[in-house]
Design a protein around this ligand. Structure first.
Ligand SMILES: Cc1cc2nc3c(=O)[nH]c(=O)nc-3n(C[C@H](O)[C@H](O)[C@H](O)COP(=O)(O)OP(=O)(O)OC[C@H]3O[C@@H](n4cnc5c(N)ncnc54)[C@H](O)[C@@H]3O)c2cc1C
Length: 424
């Protein structure tokens, strides 16, 4: 029987180092640099590369990967404890070599790429010399992959890709894209798609525009792409024809829980700021922290945050235990569905407690609020994950053909009376 909540002292030392390193060396980058993925920007590289070298020296680089790919082969539980620290900073995942979508795309390439493709794309990706994009969502629909229309047709020895994709994050910086395309239009819906590796410099990969998330017209990072007869060799198919969804699952299972782990970091950040403000601001003769409605906000936030964290940690533990994402589908969908709500609740309360300052761009809350909505949309909307949870849960239950429930008290009482007949 082992069921405890302690961290091994050796690993705790690593976590302590990560915490102070992220706080002192990495979080400041969030304030002075734009996009962590700008791998071609020499100024960004001058700042980021020495930090990455430090992380490698501590043997903390790409901990999600197996040692043969240059990682540490950490289980999900260790990753969870680590990622909840990294989640505080936008630059931290890049500095530690575990940023999405590159982490998932690397797993796909490692599993399905040819030796030549691995040499050209996988190694530089693992080294963060290049970045990548995952191109699946289309303008007419993201939550329902059955409506995807972007086609690839085999013409001789090449795939010719035609169609539109929407929200391909980092496409403008990527050296390659993994594109989900219909190759088997007549197959059942979930066997129509294939995954194809497309080098970003392939003629016909046209970025219509880069869409920006949020209210300011900042530089967009989510590519609206028109594939206009973009042609790649036949061997750029990743996995089997029609098996695109199975290939995509290689990245999505791990990807979703890693987002959840990092989101804990953001929630904790908002929570800490909320507490500091409550303990600093006076109004009507007392500290905010002394007012019961403020205390309620703090208590509710702590409870929701800790509940969510425990669910994430238990899911991570289950993944390590079963080594099978299918066995934790319910758990992963549950944390995916819980995440935006907890994040949104805690940030909203942090804004409220900060008053006018909370809604300005002098505090990070508005960005976090948008991020909380993103968490409810990207990688599948909350509704879809709730459906998964419900379906999986209902598998462990069954209905009754009786007119009344099996727990109907008169029926149970009659059975109990019969059981103890003559003794009561
Ligand atoms: C910041 C960000 C980054 C992203 N990065 C990428 C990327 O790199 N690559 C990529 O391919 N895509 C990416 N996406 C796209 C993302 O995967 C889609 O937005 C998502 O799948 C939802 O698709 P949609 O936006 O078309 O919404 P729709 O499919 O139009 O759904 C809209 C809404 O309808 C409701 N809904 C949908 N389905 C159901 C249902 N079954 N039951 C009840 N209600 C439902 C939900 O409220 C949902 O939010 C990203 C999105 C964001 C916001």
């Amino acid at each position: 029987m082992s069921w405890d909540f302690e961290t091994e002292p050796e690993f705790q030392k690593q976590l302590d180092w990560i915490e102070q390193f992220v706080h002192q060396e990495v979080e400041p980058l969030d304030l002075i640099h734009g996009n962590p993925y700008e791998v071609r920007d020499p100024k960004r590289n001058a700042l980021v590369k020495p930090l990455q070298a430090e992380v490698r020296k501590r043997k903390l680089w790409a901990c999600h990967l197996e040692p043969e790919l240059g990682g540490q082969g950490y289980g999900q539980l260790k990753l969870a404890l680590m990622n909840e620290i990294l989640g505080r900073s936008h630059f931290a995942p890049i500095v530690f070599g575990c940023q999405a979508p590159d982490s998932g795309n690397a797993e796909i390439l490692a599993k399905y790429g040819t030796p030549e493709q691995k040499k050209r794309f996988l190694q530089p990706l693992l080294d963060n010399e290049i970045v990548s994009s995952f191109s699946m969502t289309e303008p007419q629909g993201g939550a329902d992959p059955k409506v995807f229309q972007c086609r690839a047709e085999l013409k001789g020895d090449n795939w010719a890709i035609n169609g539109h994709k929407w929200f391909s994050s980092n496409a403008h910086l990527a050296s390659f894209l993994i594109v989900m395309v219909v190759t088997e239009p007549d197959a059942p819906p979930y066997q129509r798609q294939s995954a194809i590796l497309v080098p970003a410099d392939t003629p016909g990969v046209n970025i219509v525009r880069n869409v920006h998330v949020g209210v300011h017209g900042g530089p967009g990072t989510h590519g609206y792409i028109h594939y206009d007869n973009a042609t790649v060799p036949k061997d750029h198919l990743l996995g089997q024809r029609g098996q695109g969804f199975a290939v995509a699952q290689t990245r999505l299972g791990g990807g979703r829980i890693h987002h959840a782990m990092r989101t804990i970091g953001q929630i904790k950040k908002a929570f800490d700021m909320m507490c500091e403000r409550a303990l600093s601001r006076h109004t009507q003769g007392s500290l905010l922290a002394d007012k019961q409605m403020v205390q309620e906000m703090i208590a509710d936030s702590w409870i929701e945050m800790e509940q969510f964290r425990l669910l994430v940690l238990r899911t991570a533990w289950k993944i390590d235990r079963y080594k099978d994402y299918l066995k934790v589908r319910k758990d992963i969908s549950a944390i995916k569905a819980a995440m935006p709500k907890v994040f949104n609740n805690v940030v909203s309360r942090a804004i409220q407690i900060h008053g006018s300052l909370g809604v300005t761009d002098e505090m990070p809350f508005v960005g976090q609020l948008i991020e909380s909505f993103v968490m409810g949309i990207a990688d599948g909307p909350t509704e879809v994950h709730k459906v998964t949870v419900a379906r999986q849960v209902l598998r462990d239950h069954k209905g009754t053909t009786d007119l009344f429930p099996t727990t109907h008290i008169p029926k149970l009482r009659a059975a109990a009376l019969k059981k103890y007949e003559g003794r009561i």
